[in-house]
Unconditional design. Sequence first.
Length: 339
Amino acid sequence: MSGATVTITGGTGSFGSTMVERLLSQDVHAVHVLSRDEAKQEAMRRRFCDSRLRLFLGDVRDPASVTESVTGADFVFHAAALKQVPSCEFFPHQAVQTNIVGSRNVIEAAAAAGVRSVVCLSTDKAVYPVNAMGMSKALMEKTAQAFARNHPGSRTTVSITRYGNVMYSRGSVIPAFVEQLRAGVPLTVTEPEMTRFLMSLRESVELVEHAFLHAEPGDLFIRKAPACTIDTLARALAKLLGYGEPQFRLLGMRHGEKLHETLLSREELGKASSQDDYFRVPLDARSLDYDLYYDCGERARTSVQDYSSENTERLDLNQTMRLLSEIPELQELLSGVPA
């Protein structure tokens, strides 16, 4: 990335902020951040005080503001999205406009600007989706893959990274549990046996960097990740922070939730290759010849299972505590420094 100009859409969010910090610690030429939140942009400006950081006020729904932010960029991290399940359930048309149409705007603007590589961030909720957020992200993935398939001569490589729960990201369960523990109230738990993948912000950034280094057009990458139950996560967090055995207030599974999440479907896993800590799923790059869809099937059947939070490595209480202890925000709490 030395000497490169990098654009990050949604760059004032949890992932974007971590990416900005990592890039500015390197010898990059410039970092462009596109977001619609003035307050977060001002906080970012004050935090980094770096002349290489350029903040663009805009929205991925607006092609003009996207074009402005990607002009001159070598790489684009597309992280802008509506990510909250309830808000996307209540306003699915808004999820379509941001997560699908906005992604198309980013990809087309990047290609027109001659960007070398675009990585689009997706989620495990896009696999066998049961809610509007997952459905819109699944169609975001199809939009990225369609560009790669339909523009084989493009100098812009478009790829996808898909990841599970990013620990201590904005809106995730761990900060909510910390707030409840500090307030001395019971932890709100949906279903104790629900499992979720666990990934740090650092690991999510490394996944994107892996895609930039290794992607072919249309590739999908995931990072292999452990999981634990929500019960184990809550108890491990309480024990780590010195609160002892926590009390729970059980809510039950909410609308649009799954008991277990899936990072790769069995169909994808049957085509995937393993790259150390990652899986790579290549693009189905057949042409726009419809006969190839209707008349050409595959006889081979795979017996592999989905790669899910139910069958991945399951962490116990002590293993989960060790993983949580590596989160910078929790390290600050443990050291007595205000988070």
